[in-house]
Design a protein around this ligand. Structure first.
Ligand SMILES: NC(=O)c1ccc[n+]([C@@H]2O[C@H](COP(=O)([O-])OP(=O)(O)OC[C@H]3O[C@@H](n4cnc5c(N)ncnc54)[C@H](OP(=O)(O)O)[C@@H]3O)[C@@H](O)[C@H]2O)c1
Length: 328
């Protein structure tokens, strides 16, 4: 058996998740020269010919598919055609080119939005395709579901004959270094970090947050997510197959507990050092009361989140302070 480390392609290596996967692989001692990357400008993954040529040339062993067109509610609502088209094309091109060029191991990253809007909480993997999706990001979610089904279909058709073993992970809300702080298009943690940072700088007496503060959400530190990706990629096939099903193969990745928006806001204010009042505006919409993944399958497969929320937020704020001049 050769001891040469696998040649790994991290698709989307400059994104929040892809860059965390890079950090994790390098920290584990994976040689940098055995990791292949291309920025979007060098390789557009929606371009089938370019993707096929890239895979034919690079002779890869493993692929982490963390490239995707992602965005918030506003972007998803405004550009639904771009969201469904780009994501379908990226997944189909990469997964098919991987198979055509002998790549046996691939990990596809999806999202918790694959689950029905009214899925029972905590959401288990078998909630997939049991109900209506949230309409605002339905095109994106459909593309992500197609990604899971692409992996499963290639496994079913080419698993026995070609050794194809393509897996999918569905992360909960992520936060950490490399997050997006765009004023109109950021997730709740980066948005609150900006609000409290500004309020502290301007000595604002209070910060008002939309809604009642009672909805509960789950958050996972992005470096924990990267560790989970590498763990799932490297699980022995027999173990993985024992706890998954050929037509229900995806694995949830969460920390296993949720927190109210009020408690989250208080924690972020403490980390930033903002000591003014935190007010809530109950006339504004709250959204879903609770969103929590059931990560039992991954826990049974030997992985649990390591990072506590407060320490994770401290690291995230450090990253924000170092990189905020680059933010729009
Ligand atoms: N962040 C979260 O909270 C979260 C939660 C759940 C799931 N996820 C999933 O994790 C994955 C990665 O998300 P992320 O937060 O890391 O996103 P991100 O920061 O936006 O990174 C995505 C990367 O993909 C690249 N990309 C997009 N379209 C491409 C194309 N056509 N060709 C080549 N590269 C392309 C982007 O490059 P450009 O910027 O140059 O286009 C970017 O570097 C996604 O599948 C997402 O659904 C993320």
């Amino acid at each position: 058996m050769s001891s040469t480390p696998p040649r790994i392609y991290v698709a989307g290596h400059r994104g929040m998740v892809g860059s965390a996967i890079m950090r994790h692989l390098l920290a584990q001692g994976h040689p940098a020269e055995r990791i292949v990357t291309r920025i979007h400008a060098e390789l557009d993954l929606t371009d089938q010919q370019a993707v096929r040529a890239f895979f034919a040339e690079e002779k890869l062993d493993q692929v982490y598919l963390a490239a995707a067109k992602v965005g918030g509610i506003h972007a998803n609502n405004t550009y639904p055609a771009e969201f469904i088209y780009s994501n379908l094309m990226v997944e189909a091109n990469v997964i098919d080119a991987a198979h055509r060029n002998g790549v046996k191991k691939l990990l596809f990253l999806g999202s918790s939005c694959i689950y029905p809007k009214l899925a029972k909480q905590p959401m288990r993997e078998d909630a997939l395709l049991t109900g209506i999706l949230e309409p605002t990001n339905e095109p994106y979610a459909i593309a992500k579901i197609a990604g899971i089904k692409l992996c499963e279909s290639y496994n079913r058709q080419y698993g026995a004959s070609h050794g194809v073993d393509y897996r999918s992970v569905m992360p909960t809300n992520l936060y950490g270094p490399g997050d997006n702080y765009h004023p109109e298009n950021s997730h709740v943690i980066p948005a609150l970090i900006c609000r409290f940072h500004e309020a502290k700088a301007h000595r604002a007496p209070s910060v008002t947050i939309w809604g009642t503060g009672t909805p509960r959400r789950e958050f996972l530190y992005v470096d924990d997510m990267a560790a989970a990706c590498v763990h799932v990629m490297n699980l022995p096939k027999a173990d993985f197959n024992h706890y998954s099903n050929s037509m229900l193969s995806h694995i949830n990745v969460g920390c296993g507990h949720d927190i109210s928006i009020r408690k989250l806001a208080e924690t972020i204010a403490r980390v930033i050092g903002y000591d003014g009042e935190i007010a809530f505006d109950p006339t504004k919409p709250d959204g879903t009361p609770r969103k929590l993944m059931d990560s039992t399958r991954l826990n049974v497969l030997g992985w649990r989140a390591q990072m506590g929320l407060e320490v994770g937020l401290e690291k995230t704020y450090e990253d924000f302070l170092q990189n905020r001049t680059m933010q729009p």
